[in-house]
Design a binder for this molecule. Structure first.
Ligand code: PEP
Ligand code: MG
Length: 747
């Protein structure tokens, strides 16, 4: 970098700032800027292209090209050299542009006479807002200094665009963050909801991208970085030694905070005329752009660390904390890139919905959102950049769609949908205290699934007869360290108190596979779903299981207790787990604790092998519960977490129903109580078929009890069974079409 270009770029930014300070708005301002850049860079042409919609770029201002082309010339993402810059987010520097690959001639612009082309993305925080181009007649490659200068200018333009500096009279640039946006993501938790945006981490607003005095800016940056370093060191000193993951993150923070390369790049940005904030953002933007290109999980994590660190630095520089002074709306929809389970629990049920830019179906946040029954959309690309605090937002959790700042038609259609759901809820409330007795006189016991203390009030409101599945792992997942026995015991006691005599089936710790405890050494396994999980961990490392069994016995304190072991694949595993329970009972008795007089020990049937276990198993086990989510994935060999295959096989596939029927028969023969507690139990059509196949107990999310009960009460199981038999006899792959036709004609 030469002293001249340094001053050139600084001079250019200085002129830019003067232009910005003038009272000219919108187009006039843009025109002046293009003139200024072309003049400073000694090029005949300077043009600014901005996105008109997510797919189309529009020429918004130019110096040198034909003025009549402004707002007329448009190109699709990826089209021509400008489109290429926008699509790839990289710089295009061509000495002989017309013969470059992908060049597209736009006759209305008159650009054919210009040979060299330099295009840089106008990018803010990894998001491309447009393209800045300079062109000249002389066929030459632009130097790296020129390129750098243009990048710095583009950075400032991005900040200005973000601040709406060009929007006054420019249709193509109707203020960003005012337009309606539709984002498609994935379903984390179903449900339709409406509310206003609450950003988990509000964006820092940079209002001064250009430096007045580079020396002062350098000083500000150095001071801020020092504060940052001290902060990271303090966090490291305060971090619990055992939490290796947290330590790793903090170590990475420290590495970046002390990184000479990072610092040097920011200092260079400042010496070229950017303010300290803009320099931090420029580096952050580059890191974000890289993020979208790397697949390596470790590298992505580190880039995220750098991103977090940049945010901290920006907060220090701008004095904008997470506390922005904004009030949380009454109907908050939480927007975050990602969120930990504990943070989500802090918000609790105050949230009406959650949208995550990342996340996965099996993430801890998703587990908590499901437990809290809050609609959740995951993988909502760009939501954190698009949404502003207080924006109106509607979520369709069933379809995984986010409507941000929706227009009136969307609002009306969406509210109709919510109203229909509310009407249905009223219908369900009216039968809450009625039994799920079918038209042919069979009563099905409907139980609810739970995992948090916060779920327990639903026992009353949903009309569930008991808790058919209490997933105990949530208590372990949401903490940073292993919970203590006394804590667990107190919690389980509160659960039993809240259940008020209704049966609660506690499932012992089901970890491994997608559920990884933050404080346990992660296992590198080629196929975690088929790996060291649930009862396998419990039996190999019995310490935690013993502690949990003790906590349960103490919590019951003489009251009836139901415990089931997850993922039992063979009789021996059940026997070994049961032996642990017997030992725990004995120990507690010796210690003088009151033990439950009425104790039942069951197993979850989640692997096909257990369906074929010896008769002795069926005779011994007190009850069985089918974990349909796992059972189905193993039956069809289709990963429940893999979007490509998880919906590929129908639960009402004849093979699966026949398999379930065999299990029902075995349980009938051995008089073993049987229930179904996977997600399918909460789907009315599936639940109806299960009942027709002989299931008499179903456990589901509380919100599903109403719809399932409503269905069962209208149903004749004998007739439905005949429909299923007929479809099976006819060789159909799935009984669903026949069942649907029957239900349509008989309701
Ligand atoms: C199941 O597998 O169906 C089940 C209920 O357990 P989880 O979803 O917690 O694995
Ligand atoms: Mg399971």
């Amino acid at each position: 970098m030469t002293e001249t270009t340094e001053t050139e770029s600084r001079k250019l930014l200085g002129r830019l700032r003067t232009a910005m300070a003038k009272d000219n708005a919108g187009q006039a301002r843009l025109d002046e800027i293009t003139h200024l850049i072309a003049d400073s860079m000694g090029t005949e042409v300077c043009s600014i292209y901005l996105f008109r919609d997510p797919e189309t770029l529009e020429l918004c201002a130019t110096e040198g090209l034909k003025p009549e082309a402004v707002h007329q010339t448009r190109m699709k993402m990826g089209e021509g050299l400008v489109g290429r810059v926008a699509r790839t987010g990289t710089i295009v520097n061509e000495a002989d542009a017309p013969s470059a690959k992908g060049f597209r001639y736009m006759p209305e612009t008159g650009e054919e006479i210009y040979s060299s082309f330099l295009g840089v993305p106008i990018r803010r925080l990894g998001e491309t807002l447009g393209v800045l181009v300079v062109q000249s007649k002389q066929a030459r490659q632009f130097s790296s200094d020129e390129l750098y200068a243009l990048e710095v200018v583009a950075m400032v333009l991005a900040e200005m665009t973000e601040l709406g500096a060009f929007t006054a009279d420019n249709a193509a640039m109707t203020a960003r963050h005012k337009q309606a946006v539709l984002i498609r993501g994935g379903t984390g938790q179903e449900g339709a909801t409406e509310g206003h945006v609450w950003l988990h981490e509000p964006r820092v607003v940079v209002t001064n991208p250009i430096a007045d005095d580079p020396h002062k800016e350098l000083e500000r940056l150095r001071e801020a970085v020092e504060t940052l370093r001290v902060g990271v060191d303090q966090m490291l000193a305060g971090a619990s030694g055992g939490d290796t993951e947290q330590m790793q993150v903090l170590e990475a923070y420290r590495m970046f905070a002390n990184s000479k390369g990072w610092m040097r790049r920011m200092e260079e940005d400042i010496s070229r005329g950017l303010s300290a904030e803009a320099a931090v953002e420029k580096e952050q933007s580059t890191a974000r752009a890289r993020l979208s290109q790397v697949n390596d999980a470790y590298l992505r994590d580190r880039l995220h660390d750098l991103d977090d660190l940049s945010n901290r630095l920006l907060r220090i520089l701008t004095g904008q904390g997470t506390e922005t002074g904004a009030d949380m709306p009454a109907d908050p929809i939480l927007i975050a890139r990602n969120i930990g389970p504990a943070e989500l629990l802090d918000y609790g049920r105050s949230l009406k919905g959650i949208v995550l830019e990342e996340g996965s179906v099996g993430s801890h946040a998703a587990i908590v959102a499901r437990a809290l029954a809050i609609p959740l959309i995951i993988n909502a690309n760009r939501i954190t950049t698009e949404a502003l605090n207080g924006d109106h937002i509607m979520l369709d959790g069933d379809q995984g769609v986010v409507h941000l700042r929706p227009d009136d038609t969307v609002v009306t259609a969406f509210r109709d949908k919510i109203a229909m759901q509310a009407q249905a809820q009223e219908r369900y409330a009216s039968i809450r205290d009625e039994p799920a007795t079918t038209q042919c006189g069979t009563t099905i016991s409907l139980q609810m699934n739970a995992g948090l203390m916060a779920d327990l009030p639903s026992l009353e409101s949903s009309g569930a007869e008991g808790v058919g599945l209490f997933r105990t792992e949530l208590q372990f997942l949401v903490r940073n360290q292993m919970p203590k026995r006394s804590e667990l015991s107190a919690l389980y006691a509160r659960v039993l108190d809240a259940a008020n005599g209704k049966r609660v089936v506690f499932r012992t710790l089901d970890i491994g596979s997608d559920k990884v405890l933050p404080y346990m050494k992660p296992q590198e396994e080629p196929n975690p779903a088929l790996g060291w999980r649930a009862i396998r961990v419990g039996l190999d490392k019995p310490g935690v299981m013993r502690m949990q069994l003790q906590a349960l016995i103490r919590a019951a304190n003489g009251r009836p207790l139901s415990i089931m072991f997850p993922f039992v694949a063979q009789y021996e595993e059940y026997k070994a787990a049961k032996a642990e329970m017997d030992k725990a009972m004995e120990r507690e008795r010796i210690l003088g604790h009151e033990v439950p007089g009425d104790l039942e020990i069951g197993a979850m049937l989640e692997t096909p092998s257990l369906a074929f276990a010896p008769d002795r198993f069926y005779d011994e086990v007190d009850f069985l519960s089918i974990g349909g989510n796992d059972l189905k994935q193993f039956f069809f060999a289709a990963d429940r977490e893999n979007e490509r295959v998880r919906r590929r096989y129908d639960t009402l596939n004849v093979s699966f129903l026949t398999f379930l029927e065999q299990i029902v028969r075995r349980c009938e023969a051995s008089q073993t109580s049987l229930s179904f507690c996977g997600e399918d139990a909460g789907r009315p059509i599936e639940a109806a078929c299960f009942a027709a196949m002989g299931f008499r107990m179903l456990s589901m999310r509380p919100a599903s009890i109403g719809p399932v009960k409503h269905m069962l009460r209208r149903l004749n199981l004998v007739e439905l069974r005949a429909v299923i038999e007929e479809a099976r006899a006819q060789g159909h792959q799935s009984v669903r079409p026949a069942v649907m036709a029957y239900l349509r004609n008989n309701s």
